[in-house]
Design a protein around this ligand. Structure first.
Ligand code: HEM
Length: 321
């Protein structure tokens, strides 16, 4: 491939030299960094909750009525480190929009996806503020986690697309196989939602004073476990179809999501039967993020294969249906 395919004719008098960051690979560095930071902030946000520092600062955006920044207590310091980290995430998502606008070749889909990150982060900042002001309303707490999942999925889609020079062509009609994968992603997402209900009813609210959902932890954990079981069973069904039809490009994405799912389920049971220790919950939150990302990745790879080879996928989907 021409190494300067994106530079244009440099000998022409009116050519503006673009910084290297604006090439597809340069832009992919920005999106990779955004994706990593957004994953890290999910865990650092959980750390705030798990150390009981959710009301370490009683006000927002000020820490309290006396000081804007107050690190005189451990809880206050933990909460403010997380707020500082939010600032870093805000900078990188704004950078993602700016660089997308100057990326060569220009891609409208990347600009829109990077705006999605900015909108999501702004939403999180607002929601985080309302959470503090409502003394950690449990439903808003669930929303805070689920919006994070939307953000990491958006960042993954942006990152995968950023590496290619062409935008994917919209598919007129989904094949049965694509529908099966999409259904699996939806069920996996429901498992995440039921997980947040367990958290919202359990001991790790973020502060002793925080309100809880009025559900018995045993009942909601059972519902959560059942939705997880259905998601894993569906993934095993997909794996069987993929293996029997030798769809080799899907082997690794499927193995990844299955391994993460099984590990995550094991951690879930261990934490449940050991009085939900904070450290295991932090690992469970990280695992949930990885599980969701690997599901989204599976969905994207399945779509790519369908786009590249519609005949083969339709033949396979005919057997799935
Ligand atoms: C693929 C497997 C699984 C996924 C993706 C998953 C996902 C989640 C999510 C997203 C949360 C909420 C985290 C938060 O709001 O901060 C959660 C909480 C929880 N999960 Fe799972 N989970 C899985 C398997 C399991 C299993 C099999 C159990 C066993 C019953 C389990 C037990 C729990 C418990 C007890 C909590 C509450 C932890 C807390 O107090 O914060 N999980 N899970």
């Amino acid at each position: 491939m021409n190494p300067c395919a994106y530079c244009g004719d440099m000998s022409a008098p009116n050519v503006v030299r673009r910084p290297r960051l604006t090439s597809p690979s340069g832009y992919a560095w920005v999106t990779r960094f955004a994706l990593i930071l957004l994953c890290v902030i999910v865990v650092s946000g959980a750390a705030v909750r798990l150390t009981g520092s959710g009301l370490g600062c009683s006000d927002w955006p000020r820490c309290n009525s006396e000081k804007f920044i107050d690190v005189s207590t451990t809880h206050g310091a933990i909460e403010q480190i997380n707020r500082l980290f939010t600032g870093l995430v805000t900078v990188i998502v704004i950078l993602a929009v700016l660089v997308a606008r100057y990326r060569v070749p220009y891609r409208r889909d990347l600009v829109l996806l990077s705006w999605g990150l900015v909108a999501g982060v702004l939403g999180q900042i607002l929601l985080g503020g309302i959470l503090v002001l409502t003394e950690l309303n449990p439903i808003l707490n669930q929303g805070h986690f689920l919006l994070s999942m939307f953000l990491v999925a958006n960042a993954l889609i942006l990152h995968r697309r950023a590496k290619s020079s062409d935008a994917p062509t919209p598919v007129a009609q989904l094949s049965t196989f694509q529908r099966l994968i999409r259904f699996t992603v939806i069920i996996g997402s429901i498992a995440l939602v039921t997980g947040t209900v367990v958290t919202a009813s359990g001991p790790h609210a973020g502060d002793e004073k925080a309100r809880r959902l009025n559900f018995a932890i045993t009942s909601v954990a059972r519902v959560h476990g059942i939705t997880v079981f259905i998601a894993i069973a569906l993934l095993v069904f997909v794996a069987w179809k993929v293996k029997s039809k030798k769809m080799q490009d899907l082997y690794t994405p499927l193995e990844t999501v299955l391994v993460i799912g099984v590990l995550q389920g094991t951690i879930g049971y261990i934490q449940y039967f050991n009085n939900i220790p904070a450290l295991l919950v932090a690992i469970h939150v990280f695992g949930a993020t990885m599980f969701f990302l690997s599901l989204v990745n599976l969905w994207m790879v399945a779509n790519q294969i369908a786009d590249a080879n519609p005949v083969i996928t339709d033949r396979n989907s005919a057997i799935v249906s």
